[in-house]
Design a protein around this ligand. Structure first.
Ligand code: GLT
Ligand code: MN
Ligand code: MN
Length: 386
């Protein structure tokens, strides 16, 4: 029942199960796996797909001949395992050239190099089947606002995305862009800190229909925000092109924890939402194993992400089928014929009827909503006693 299947569309990045456990205070604790080894690992644990940054697959200094060999071997591993590549992205944050940003760097030569690198990375992603292209601006920010104007940075980022969208169109690629916000880390402050900020920005682009968001659970949580609400706003706007699932303790460093390992209730409402609305895209786990883990622990981590999703999916089905919970929900949406004349699109009649209406404000304020009971039933369901 909790075994992953291709229909679940579970994916991992090469950089997730491939994470070697380096942190700002310590050296790597695990040896690097080759992309081919990672594909086989993901197939073994039951994932559907694998995503990558250009340099997760092809080292930044690779020659064209090396690139060809690496892509050939990777494709052979995909063919052997049946894994697909639904998403690709560019590493615009590791190399020192990007220390002041990529598309928003104050050095125009860096901005030009970032465009070149991204065009090549788009070609690579499309070559391997990617249909979604993620932009995470890990270095697009500042430590000090003395450095540059945030509006110049917004304009530079827009110019870059418009250029790249035109590139994709000129190549005839069927590729959509998914912008991934984050409030901070690795820069002191990153531009476009939240899903809401990205959604507003997208409407200012040349081809807004090509561009959506890739919300990451931990990133909204780092900002103290409700991830479900961000996802719902993206979904409602037709912009939920991709999603990064993981977990995070609010107030801590960027943890990228196993999905469902910490904020179980938030994860539950998120899974329930994605399943209820019929989100059809990848469920991408952008997380990594604890630094304490060896190769087996990495598999435990990956299996745990998918298993937690499936457990929560089953809990969501129970929630939807629970007669007591559903009766409470049905009672909540109180309405009667008296309000039919008041609610709906504006008309002069409706406005006049509302102006003339009398409301029993005290009675409205006296009503109990029963959310304690509803939430307790939810918790009991999650804790397995229901
Ligand atoms: C990096 C980051 C993630 C982004 C990845 C895509 S890379 O691991 O922490 O949130 O989704 O660039
Ligand atoms: Mn993250
Ligand atoms: Mn992410």
């Amino acid at each position: 029942m909790y075994e992953p299947s291709p229909a679940n569309k579970f994916t991992f990045g090469l950089w997730t199960v491939g994470n070697i456990g380096r942190d700002p205070f310590g050296e790597p604790v695990r040896s690097a796996l080759s992309p081919v080894e990672i594909v086989h690992l993901l197939a073994e644990v039951g994932a559907w797909g694998v995503n990558f940054h250009d340099n997760d697959l092809v080292p930044i200094d690779a020659t064209p001949a090396e690139r060809e060999r690496i892509v050939r071997d990777f494709r052979a591993a995909l063919d052997a395992t049946g894994l697909v590549v639904p998403m690709a992205t560019t590493n615009l944050f590791t190399d020192p050239a990007f220390k002041d940003g990529a598309f928003t760097s104050n050095d125009a030569r860096v901005r030009a190099y970032a465009l070149q690198k991204t065009m090549r990375a788009i070609d690579l992603g499309v070559e391997l089947g990617a249909q979604t292209y993620v932009f995470w601006g890990g270095r697009e920010g500042v430590e000090t606002d003395a450095a540059k104007s945030p509006s110049d940075s917004i304009k530079r980022f827009r110019d870059a995305l418009n250029f790249l969208a035109d590139y994709v169109r000129a190549q005839g690629y069927a590729l959509r862009f998914a912008l991934e916000p984050k409030p901070n880390e690795p820069r002191g402050d990153l531009y476009f800190a939240t899903v809401g900020a990205m959604l507003g920005f997208i409407e200012t682009l040349a081809y807004p229909e090509m561009v959506g968001v890739n919300p990451e659970m931990a990133h909204e949580q780092m900002a103290g925000l409700n991830f479900l609400h961000a996802v719902a706003q993206a979904w409602e706007a037709g912009k939920l092109f991709h999603i990064d699932l993981n977990d995070q303790v609010i107030g801590r460093f960027d943890q990228d924890l196993r999905f469902g390992s910490h904020n179980i209730k938030s994860a539950f409402f998120l899974v329930k939402y994605l399943e209820d609305v019929g989100y059809d895209g990848s469920r991408h786990f952008d997380a990594h194993a604890y630094r304490t883990e060896d190769a087996e622990g990495v598999k435990d981590f990956a299996r745990g992400c998918m298993r937690n999703y499936l457990i929560l999916k089953e809990k969501a089905a129970r929630f939807n089928a629970d007669a007591e919970i559903q009766a409470l929900l049905a009672d909540l949406n109180l309405t009667d014929s008296s309000v039919a004349a008041y609610l709906g699109p504006y008309t002069a009649e409706r406005a006049a009827a509302l102006q003339a209406a009398t409301f029993d404000r005290k009675a409205l304020g006296a009503r109990g909503y029963g959310y304690e009971r509803l939430d307790q039933l939810t918790i009991e369901l999650l804790l397995g006693v229901r």
